[in-house]
Structures are given as C-alpha cells and as structure tokens.
Write a protein that binds this ligand. Structure first.
Ligand SMILES: [Zn+2]
Length: 268
C-alpha cells in the first residue's frame, strides 16, 4: 500500500512539473514542453554557430552570398512584422540574426535557435532562384521562431535526464547535456545524424514559412514546385534536406491547401 502511495505521489509530482513547464506558445496555439530558457538555448546555439562557421568554408560566390543574405533579411523583416501584428514581439527577444552561405555539396539548410541561418551551396540547384530559396529559408526560420528546438531539447532532457531544466542539467551532467545538444544539432561535428523535427513541427514550419515568404514578397505558390523538385532528388542516397524533410504527396497536398491563406499576405 505504501509503495502504491509513493508511486502515486511521484506521478502527481511529475504531472504538476509537466503542467508547470508546458507553456502555451501563442504563435502555434498549442502547449510546448519547455525545460530550457531562451537565454540558455541561444547561448549554446551562438557558440555552436560560430564554431561551425570556423570549421566550414564560406562561399566565395558574391552574387549567391548576397542572394542568401538578401532573402534572409526580407524574411527576417516579414517575421518581425508578423510578430508585431499579433502582439508577439517579445517572442523574438534575444534573436541575433545571421545568414551565411557555405561552400558544400550537401543539399541542406538550417536555422539554429536565435536566428542563426546557414544555407549550403548544394541546395541552390534545387531552389533554382530567389523565390525557391525563400521557400527553404522561410521554412527553416519558422522552425526557429516557433521554438521547435527548445521543444526537442526539452523532450530529450525529459527522456534522458528525468526532466531537469537545461540550467540544472548543465551544472550536474555537463557532458551528457552537451552530447544531447550535439545529437540534436550536431551540425558542427558533421556526423550527419541531426535528428529530424517531428511531423507536427514540420507542418507548422511549412504553414508559417508560406506566410513569411508571402509577406517578404515571394509568391507562396512556388513552394509546391520546390517540394516537387526536392522529391525528384530522392535517389539511392537522398540529400540531407530530403531525409529530414520527407516530401511526400501528403505534405504537398497540405501545402496546397494552405496557399490561399498565405496569398492574403502576399505583396508583390
Ligand atoms: Zn523542417
């Protein structure tokens, strides 16, 4: 009986803990597990990003580099406007935006927490032009502003360290915590083992990405063609971006259904 009561007590405490740390995210309208503060998340991200830039070769192609920076700025401005319009501006506190094109055959792109974007030159043949690039950058930036990485890190902490906050985990088990982080965002170590986002998060990033690109002045209809081109790239060894972003008929159908909403934001 005593054992049973203790068990119940533990479950109750765990429940209370989860209730406390699940915050409602206005941008997505759903509850996200949040064991990590933005400040902690961003400081790890910024260090990792600088390290990545040191270890990888920046593109020497001036016009492509300018395109990446230009599209990035336009989407950044769209995001800032969207957040202001929806009274969400504080959700962007601490963001320090950066956009870099690196020389690499990898078909890939990502945005680390706090607005740190990298585009690999290998994805440019698939994006084809500025609008195609805006599809990818809008999507990756949407993951970052919807705090999807915070959610993933929190889920990993809960699973492996019993729901310690990042601050506590870093103090008590720095090695294990670093390994968790590298497993999720190990872009710098080139393991190629970065965990994909969940299907739910992918859907949110597609949806928000369409709105951001439209507000930035890019026709969201181009997203359909981009994802079709990406899926045609699936060969024996699918590109990194495709392996984390399965471009199946369902995804394309869902994007199609969201285009009319995004078109309301579209300004040429
Ligand atoms: Zn994604």
């Amino acid at each position: 009986m005593k054992k049973y009561q203790t068990g119940l007590f533990v479950v109750l405490i765990a429940g209370l803990l989860l209730l406390h740390v699940c915050s409602l995210v206005p941008l997505t309208g759903r509850r996200q597990l949040s064991l990590v503060s933005d400040a902690d998340m961003f400081s790890m991200s910024f260090v990792q990003y600088d390290q990545f830039l040191k270890e990888n070769k920046l593109s020497t192609n001036t016009s492509q580099t300018n395109m990446v920076k230009g599209v990035g700025r336009r989407i950044q401005n769209a995001v800032t406007t969207y957040f202001a319009l929806n009274n969400l501006s504080q959700g962007l506190n601490g963001f320090v935006w950066e956009f870099h094109l690196i020389e690499s055959e990898q078909v890939n792109a990502w945005c680390m927490p706090g607005g740190k974007v990298v585009v690999y030159s290998g994805i440019l043949p698939v994006t084809q032009n500025e609008t195609g690039l805006a599809v990818v950058m809008g999507h990756e930036i949407a993951h970052a502003v919807a705090k999807h990485s915070n959610e993933r890190m929190s889920q990993a902490l809960l699973a492996q360290l019993g729901g310690q906050t990042l601050a506590v985990a870093l103090q008590e088990k720095p090695q294990q915590t670093q390994e968790l982080w590298m497993g999720l965002f190990g872009v710098g170590v080139q393991l190629g083992a970065v965990l994909p986002y969940s299907r739910l998060q992918e859907g949110e990033a597609d949806h928000l990405g369409l709105i951001f690109m439209a507000m930035a002045g890019y026709d969201p209809n181009s997203a359909i063609e981009f994802w079709q081109r990406m899926s045609q790239n699936a060969g024996a060894k699918p590109p990194e971006f495709l392996s984390t972003h399965p471009s199946d008929a369902n995804r394309i159908r869902k994007i199609k259904s969201e285009i009319p909403e995004a078109m309301k934001y579209y300004k040429k």
